[in-house]
Design a protein around this ligand. Structure first.
Ligand code: ATP
Length: 306
């Protein structure tokens, strides 16, 4: 057994090294402002943001021609409004966020911000206008302070601390040896998924982008952490055009519009209340999630009483 385990363990560490290298490569492209796949069109102009009105107009997309992933997606997020996208795993939710960043281009249809097709603007200006809180935040092997300041390099210490406070990560930072100067990463402090996401939120608060894309973590968070992250996200999305890719329905209740995506198509859309009355896919998802929550609560209470 040990003989079998050791090579597997070894393979695991190689896998981690390769994964780290891939992440570093992505960061390098991010830092250099380059993308391996999509380049600026000749004559591309900077995006002129005026409120941040985001539209998808009949967007079709496939990673490979054999299999269409998005099959005619249209939506409209007026300035300052929030759109939530829910649906089963593999429905195409994160693909929508990748298209907004122009990591890929639609096969047909248009994505516009304030009336400008995003394929006609410079990548640099597009990505400057969008703040992304990804599912799985990658941190630099540097200090926590640096990781937050990455949102805006010229931010003062006071601004970094204020962003940490709004993202509700300040108490955690102040409790670790070294505080904002504490190293994170391989040889430093290991942050939990929820802590990393709050660092990403603090970064985004500093960046103060007109458009925000939140790709919620799939991993289960305990309800206290979930509540703290929700408060932080509510703060950062206030007054900004926001797209939430939601895995927990509790985060979408207050969205102006909710899209239910399934196999690349919008199968239902509306407000939380309207979708519950409609009593379709969304209502079924909502009821199921509440049942799971109730069951978890019963188990938690039983464990406490033991
Ligand atoms: P989840 O809730 O699990 O995050 P999702 O709705 O966000 O799922 P996407 O990540 O958008 O789903 O993926 C949609 C489909 O596209 C999936 O079937 C996935 O396998 C496929 N896909 C995603 N990325 C790629 C890629 N780089 N190359 C090829 N296919 C991909």
């Amino acid at each position: 057994m040990i003989q079998l385990y050791q090579p597997l363990n070894f393979l695991g560490s190689i896998y981690r090294d390769i994964r780290q290298a891939t992440i570093d490569l992505e960061m390098m492209f991010d830092i250099l402002g380059k993308d391996p796949e999509i380049a600026d069109r000749p004559g591309a102009r900077p995006l002129a943001v005026d409120g941040g009105h985001l539209r998808f107009d009949n967007v079709h997309f496939s990673y490979d021609p054999e299999r269409e992933i998005l099959k005619g997606i249209s939506f409209d997020v007026p300035p300052g409004k929030t759109l939530a996208i829910v649906g089963p795993s593999g429905a195409g939710k994160s693909t929508i966020s990748r298209l907004i960043f122009r990591f890929y281009e639609p096969a047909s249809g248009a994505i516009t911000i304030d009336g400008q097709n995003i394929d006609a603007v410079t990548q640099q200006s597009l990505r400057a206008a969008i703040g992304m809180v990804p599912q799985d935040t990658v941190l630099f092997n540097d200090t926590i302070g640096y990781n937050i300041r990455y949102g805006r390099a010229d931010a003062t210490d006071a601004e970094v601390h204020e962003a940490a406070r709004l993202a509700q990560i300040d108490h955690f930072i102040e409790s670790v040896p070294g505080g904002y100067g504490a190293q994170v990463g391989e040889r430093g402090l290991k942050l939990s998924g929820g802590e990393k996401q709050r660092v990403a939120i603090a970064r985004t608060i500093l960046k103060a982008p007109p458009i925000l894309v939140l790709d919620e973590a799939t991993s289960a968070l305990d309800s206290f952490t979930e509540g703290e992250i929700q408060d932080a996200l509510d703060r950062v999305s206030k007054g900004r055009t926001t797209l939430v890719i939601a895995h927990r329905l509790s985060t979408v209740v207050n969205a102006d519009e909710i899209l239910v995506l399934d196999h690349g198509r919008i199968v239902e859309r509306g407000s939380h209340a309207a979708l519950l009355i409609h009593n379709g896919v969304y209502a079924a998802m909502w009821n199921r999630q509440n049942e799971v929550r109730r069951a978890e609560e019963v188990l938690r209470r039983a464990a406490q009483e033991e």
